[in-house]
Write a protein that binds this ligand. Structure first.
Ligand code: PMT
Length: 213
């Protein structure tokens, strides 16, 4: 299979020294890219900035902002059999970019933000994607219910849901605990290393691909 993976966070610049971002070490996404390559697939990894080594045997496409990630995905998703969206994309960006460092002046400032494109949500609607579509859901409450909402709204085949309010799993950790939320059922995977879970997720994607024909 040809698989596209998004990983890491995006950075939305405010001035030359400051940006808005989301939490994400990139570990979950890089584990997915590594698992895909180890299972014999051709993997394209579209990644925001991380401190991780670039996985071997994958095509690596570095990006900074959500807009750059959107553009990279719009190009590289074509011709893939499956796309796994594990990146923590900033939903908003500053309305303007200051060419020079913003100076301290007022005690309180107001930042105007503009909505970024929903990249996963654009897959079917805008990129006319017909491959296996896998989203992630990073939730702090109502894990399964919120993930199922994302599955339906974004027309995914699978949403991998993780509770990012719990210590020891989710962000930054080498471990995670996830629900695999399908249109007709939910499978709970117990706490495991992200590497192990990534292999199970790629295997689930392989099965979805076979079922889709
Ligand atoms: O990187 P780690 O430290 O290992 O942490 C892993 C993780 C917690 C970041 C990862 O497991 C995870 O949950 N990734 C998704 C984070 C997220 O932003 O989730 P969300 O529920 O806000 O977004 C839902 C889905 O839409 C995700 O597939 C996301 O990639 C996608 N999305 C969101 C916003 C946007 N503008 N474009 C998108 O494609």
């Amino acid at each position: 299979m040809k698989i596209l993976v998004t990983a890491g966070s995006t950075r939305e610049p405010l001035d030359p020294v400051r940006y808005l971002t989301n939490r994400s070490s990139g570990k979950m996404g890089y584990a997915l890219a590594n698992a895909g390559a180890q299972l014999g697939h051709h993997v394209t990894l579209v990644s925001g900035p991380t401190n991780l080594d670039i996985p071997i045997n994958v095509d690596y496409v570095p990006v900074q902002t959500a807009q750059e990630m959107f553009e990279a995905v719009s190009v590289h998703i074509a011709g893939t059999d499956a796309a796994i969206f594990s990146a923590a994309v900033a939903d908003y960006r500053p309305a303007s970019f200051a060419e020079n460092k913003i100076k301290k002046s007022e005690d309180r400032v107001t930042l105007e933000l503009i909505r970024n494109a929903d990249i996963l949500g654009s897959a079917r609607a805008e990129f006319s994607y017909e491959g296996v579509l896998v989203g992630f859901a990073a939730e702090t409450e109502n894990l399964e219910e919120n993930a199922r909402g994302k599955l339906q709204r974004k027309d995914c085949d699978l949403v991998v849901a993780n509770d990012v309010s719990r210590a020891g799993i989710g962000f930054d950790s080498d471990h995670n605990e996830v629900l695999l939320v399908y249109p007709d059922r939910t499978d709970a995977l117990p706490v495991e290393t992200k590497d192990h879970l990534a292999h199970l997720i790629v295997q689930a994607v392989q099965e979805l691909r076979i079922r889709k024909g």
